[in-house]
Design a binder for this molecule. Structure first.
Ligand code: CU
Length: 129
């Protein structure tokens, strides 16, 4: 009898633990590579959900950024975030550097690379609710 009670409690603990471990699995991380020639983001556009993270990786030999700061954009349509969302800027990423951003507000984000404005290096993230 005593043995059965212990087994039951053990199963309950195991169940609670597996539930807790499973929860972060719903949020995903998508990697976006930054290339030099041509200067571009791959993949683009990216479709994710609220709570997901995008990690940009500089796969080139030059400096890249991912920014939604409209004050540094050549055209305001290059840097757009949904209502209620803050703008973000990776800053300068050197070859091999990474930068991540977790999206909490749904909508369409348009971003660009401040060092490849002339090449028109732009990207889009679509965040579903
Ligand atoms: Cu760039």
């Amino acid at each position: 009898m005593k043995k059965r009670q212990l087994t039951g409690r053990g199963l309950l603990v195991a169940g609670v633990l597996s539930l807790g471990l499973a929860m972060p699995a719903f949020a995903e991380t998508v990697e976006v590579k930054m290339f030099d020639t041509p200067a571009k983001y791959v993949p683009d556009p990216v479709k994710i959900k609220v709570g997901d993270t995008v990690t940009w990786v500089d796969k080139g030999d030059t400096v890249h950024t991912a920014t939604t700061d409209p004050t540094t954009a050549p055209d305001p349509s290059w840097a757009v975030v949904p209502k209620g969302a803050e703008t973000w800027d990776s800053g300068y990423l050197n070859s091999g550097d990474t930068w991540s951003y977790t999206f909490k507000v749904p909508g369409t984000y348009k971003y660009f690379c401040t060092t490849h404005v002339k090449e028109g290096m732009k990207g889009e993230i679509n965040v579903a609710q």
